[in-house]
Design a protein around this ligand. Structure first.
Ligand code: DAT
Ligand code: MG
Length: 150
């Protein structure tokens, strides 16, 4: 499915460390189409909704505090197997378990400072895109599509 969409977000530590361009660039170069992007300062309530599945976990308050530490950079990418491929490009949740070559494996050391979010299922991607981009995403043709896909 070449129109699968995923929500990718550079977390406050990633923005602070100047990694927005690097992370965006990896998805761009891989062949994914950027269909939405913005810098945002989400509210506590917004972040609690984004991470609603984790609200019973002991690290939840610390996670929300970390995510409130500064702006995040929100992106939606579209392309073949975007969700699964995006997760593979991110690496494991714990950066120490992430292979070199992945975003977390190249730029992070701590689970609680793992610089980037990526949707973990198509269903969650659609929920996250609706939460972060209520204004919607863009539809346009990439001239490269013909050389990226068979
Ligand atoms: P992922 O971001 O890989 O999808 P997740 O959805 O399970 O991982 O958790 C969301 C974020 O919460 C994760 O990126 C970092 C933080 N987190 C997860 N497990 C944690 C733990 N055991 N200790 C501290 N922070 C944790
Ligand atoms: Mg997750």
């Amino acid at each position: 499915n070449t129109t699968e969409r995923t929500y990718i977000m550079v977390k406050p530590d990633g923005v602070d460390r100047g990694l927005v361009g690097e992370i965006l660039s990896r998805f761009e170069k891989r062949g994914f189409k950027l269909i939405a992007a913005k810098l945002a300062l989400p509210s506590k309530e917004h972040l609690e909704e984004h991470y609603a599945d984790l609200k019973e976990r002991p690290f939840f308050p610390g996670l929300i505090r970390y995510m409130l530490g500064g702006p995040v950079f929100c992106m939606v990418f579209e392309g073949l197997d975007a969700v699964k491929t995006g997760r593979a490009m991110l690496g494991a949740t714990n950066p120490l378990a992430s292979a070199p070559g992945t975003i977390r494996g190249d730029f992070a050391l701590a689970t609680g400072r793992n610089i980037c979010h990526g949707s973990d299922s198509v269903e969650n991607a659609e929920k996250e895109i609706a939460l972060w981009f209520p204004e919607g995403t863009l539809q346009y043709k990439l001239s490269q599509a013909a050389v990226i896909y068979e």
